[in-house]
Design a protein around this ligand. Structure first.
Ligand code: NDP
Length: 337
């Protein structure tokens, strides 16, 4: 079995040298155990935090350990009554070909799920994050303007589409004209602005002619700088992620904007709230799953995957996702079903 382990802690963007591809012998299965064969591995921005030993809400991966991550696997062999050979499960077995578990924490996906990899995206953690952050913290109301960046990624695309279902005006922010066209034409956003454009801030202001009521924060950096002056009184800012700074090795350039931020929060009574999906909403997954299943069935939500093949391409695929070279939810196909 092949495993990608963390060999050293990255400084800035991770590179191949920070990981080691190991081949290991699998021990024989004991009673109660299940051998899982990884079919799909999810790549998500939070993994950058696990590579680093800076203090965070979760422990870092230890040097020499397999990188963590959600996977969709097939049961290859089972000595556990609850699992049968060939069945699909959602697991958390990380960047490796095979894993042996006692079955604890696995979510069963059945014998022939229609779209098994969806459990890593639209029906899984990113979809759930979009749903709870937008609806519980963002509290969007009909006719309000919602802005979301990383607009074609699994979180952003879902936020924008749910906001449309709730009757909002939705303005996306994405990198490049192809992604922006996708957000408007396929996802039904009212507008989508390319953050790489020189006049990005002016374009955003024009598109948000009534200001911004909900800014779903995925990226931080210059997108937030452009959003802040456009926030309306009583705006809500679900603080979901800050992907523009995950590889940062120093503070951003330019003047200190903290005083201005606090002044805006005060005078406009803006509510900004961070959240960590499973810690804060772990008990509300069913509520999300019910709504999302229905929206997918009714084709009210579109979902796009960025599928990469082969464990050896995982590090590149991870870096591509952090800097926006993905187009949709990044999934690595580790083995054929
Ligand atoms: P994506 O697949 O959307 O990938 C990240 C995207 O961020 C890139 O594709 C890129 O899109 C955009 N991006 C990168 N750098 C910049 C930049 N400097 N300025 C603007 N945009 C940038 O990721 P996800 O949908 O999986 O995750 C989105 C966010 O949600 C992340 O911040 C993640 O950490 C967070 N998250 C938080 C959770 C929580 O519990 N709080 C749970 C899950 C996710 P583009 O090319 O369009 O710029």
């Amino acid at each position: 079995s092949r495993q990608l382990t963390l060999a050293s802690r990255p400084n800035g963007a991770p590179n191949e040298k920070n990981f080691k591809l190991k081949t290991v012998e699998l021990p024989a299965l004991k009673d109660g155990e299940v051998l899982l064969r990884t079919i799909y591995l999810s790549l998500d921005p939070y993994m950058r935090g696990r590579m680093s030993d800076a203090k965070s809400y979760a422990d870092p991966v230890n040097i020499g350990d397999v990188m963590v991550g959600a996977t969709v696997c097939q049961v290859e062999e089972s000595k556990n009554d609850k699992f049968n050979e060939g069945e699909w499960v959602l697991a958390y077995t990380g960047w490796q070909d095979y894993a042996i578990t006692d079955g604890e924490g696995l979510m069963q996906l059945g014998k022939e799920p229609a779209n098994p990899s969806y459990a890593l995206g639209i029906m899984g953690m990113p979809g759930f994050t979009a749903y709870m952050g937008l609806l519980d913290i963002g509290q969007p109301k009909e006719g309000e303007t919602v802005v979301v960046a990383a607009a074609t990624g699994p979180v952003g695309a879902t936020v924008g589409q749910i906001a449309k279902i709730k009757g909002c005006k939705v303005v996306g922010v994405a990198g490049g004209s192809e992604k922006c066209a996708h957000a408007v034409e396929k996802l039904g956003f009212d507008a989508c602005i390319d953050h790489k454009a020189d006049d990005f801030a002016e374009q955003l202001e024009k598109a948000c002619d009534k200001g911004i009521d909900v800014y779903y924060e995925n990226v931080g950096g210059k997108v937030f700088d452009a959003v802040l002056p456009l926030l309306n009184t009583a705006a809500r800012v679900p603080l979901c992620g800050l992907v523009s700074q995950y590889n940062a090795t120093s503070l951003p350039e330019g003047p200190d904007r903290l005083g201005m931020l606090m002044g805006q929060l005060l005078t406009k009574r803006i509510k900004m709230q961070g959240f960590i999906i499973f810690d804060d909403y772990g008990d509300r997954y069913d509520e999300f799953a019910q709504d999302m299943q229905k929206w997918l069935q009714d084709e009210k939500i579109q979902y796009r995957e960025h599928m990469v093949e082969g464990i050896e391409n995982t590090v590149d695929a991870f870096n591509d996702m952090i800097c926006g070279k993905n187009f949709g939810k990044t999934v690595v196909k580790i083995n054929n079903p």
